[in-house]
Design a protein around this ligand. Structure first.
Ligand SMILES: [Fe+2]
Ligand SMILES: [Fe+2]
Length: 176
């Protein structure tokens, strides 16, 4: 498909968002398994439900436009998924894997926030308020999730730091 109008670009960006959400849906169950903190596990579980709704909202946007999503891959999200895979190859401890996953989740939510901020604006500019509303719902949930994982990352990092301090203390104690 050639893209020469803002409507065509909007349709392409929407298909890209659909691909991003579907990739997130594939990643979330694994991230839940890898989460050690029950609050993190719960946040990821809640977001899986929200992500399913994001896909539905995108489908509703396509329906509203009388359009359907083209087959496309969101390479931004694929990059984030690849980072997760690459980290596994470094054989991280469960605690370090969890920490990296939280950072990955923050990156993912921010990517989605930028994606939906742009899509909401495009929908408004194209005179599609119903579409803008649906996309805004997705944006609001991404923002809320970004805040939630950001708060959790601070707790998890603090715990990791004190654990490492204890470990060093114990080692030094043995040496003394
Ligand atoms: Fe999403
Ligand atoms: Fe998200």
């Amino acid at each position: 498909m050639s893209i020469s109008t803002t409507r065509e670009l909007f349709s392409h960006e929407l298909a890209d968002a659909m691909s991003a959400e579907q990739q997130v849906l594939k990643m979330l169950p694994e991230l839940q398994k890898e989460a050690l903190h029950p609050e993190l596990k719960q946040a990821l579980k809640d977001h899986e439900g929200e992500t399913k709704q994001h896909v539905k909202n995108l489908q509703a946007v396509f329906k509203q436009l009388g359009d359907s999503p083209e087959e496309t891959t969101c390479f931004g999200m694929k990059g984030l998924a690849d980072e997760h895979k690459a980290l596994h190859e470094e054989k991280p401890s469960p605690e370090m894997l969890e920490m990296a996953n939280v950072t990955g989740a923050i990156k993912t939510e921010h990517y989605e926030m930028v994606m939906y901020t742009d899509l909401v604006q495009m929908a408004k500019d194209l005179g599609e308020p119903e579409c803008a509303q649906l996309l805004q719902e997705n944006l609001d949930q991404e923002k809320a999730m970004a805040k939630r994982v950001d708060a959790l990352s601070k707790t998890i990092a603090k715990e990791a730091k004190s654990r490492e301090k204890e470990l060093v203390g114990a080692r030094n104690g043995r040496r003394a």
